[in-house]
Write a protein that binds this ligand. Structure first.
Ligand SMILES: C[S@@+](CC[C@H](N)C(=O)[O-])C[C@H]1O[C@@H](n2cnc3c(N)ncnc32)[C@H](O)[C@@H]1O
Length: 215
């Protein structure tokens, strides 16, 4: 870490630093790649599992270009964090005029006190951060007791070991900013959460929609 410019010293490691670079290049094309109807519909199904109360506080970790923002009601307070200013700038356009705060922050070191949020959303972020266990633990820490965590992401199935072709593909997707060979069960292990919903989603269940409750 000593070699990194001071602004990046709060990044826990090199991959989170390289994510800043990767997502600077991905930002202009991200919505074209991931904003299609298939993804929008999948996101919508995830949010349909949450029953938002007026005034409740929601944290979007790795908010990206803000694709989740239009799916949230107007009467909630939203904070979106991301490590990439380029992605945040795009989210800013969608957030304009709404009660939405956008902050540059590392998902692995959330700068909020414990039990701050009613709901935390982790859409397409656990496959991206360097240390997903740390990001998950932080999401749980800042969540109020009985609060919900929504996850929409790609994971290996519990008993699935990645074939060689998938491992090769993973080296390419990782270069582009996402790891396709992670197990959700490893990421959430030993945290005070229970799974209350876990359903296969798009790409033949390669993506999943998972809802957790803090216990
Ligand atoms: C695949 S995009 C997902 C964006 C958004 N959640 C969505 O569903 O479209 C991953 C996002 O995570 C951000 N990111 C990567 N590493 C991060 C980190 N350590 N902390 C916070 N955000 C990070 C990237 O900048 C990018 O915006």
């Amino acid at each position: 870490m000593g070699g990194l410019p001071p602004i990046y010293q709060r990044f826990t490691n090199m991959n989170n630093y390289t994510n800043v670079i990767k997502y600077k290049f991905l930002a202009p094309v991200y919505d074209t790649l991931i904003g299609n109807r298939i993804f929008v519909e999948a996101r919508r199904k995830g949010f349909a599992l949450l029953e938002f109360q007026p005034g409740e506080s929601i944290l979007l970790v790795g908010v990206g270009t803000g694709q989740d923002l239009p799916l949230l009601p107007d009467n909630v307070r939203v904070v979106g964090v991301d490590i990439s200013d380029a992605m945040l700038a795009r989210a800013g356009r969608i957030a304009r005029g709404r009660d939405i705060k956008l902050i540059n922050m590392n998902a692995e070191i959330l700068e909020f006190p414990g039990e701050t949020f009613d709901t935390v959303v982790l859409n397409l972020i656990l496959s991206v951060v360097e240390n997903p266990q740390k990001a998950m633990a932080e999401a749980v820490r800042v969540l109020k007791r009985s609060g919900k965590i929504l996850v929409f992401d790609k994971f290996l199935k519990k008993d699935q070991s990645p074939a060689i072709a998938r491992k090769l593909l993973n080296s390419i997707t990782t270069l582009m900013g996402t790891d396709i060979n992670r197990y959700f069960e490893d990421i959430a292990r030993e945290l005070p959460v229970k799974i209350i919903h876990d359903t296969p989603s798009i790409f033949a269940g390669g993506y999943r929609i998972i809802l957790l409750e803090k216990i």
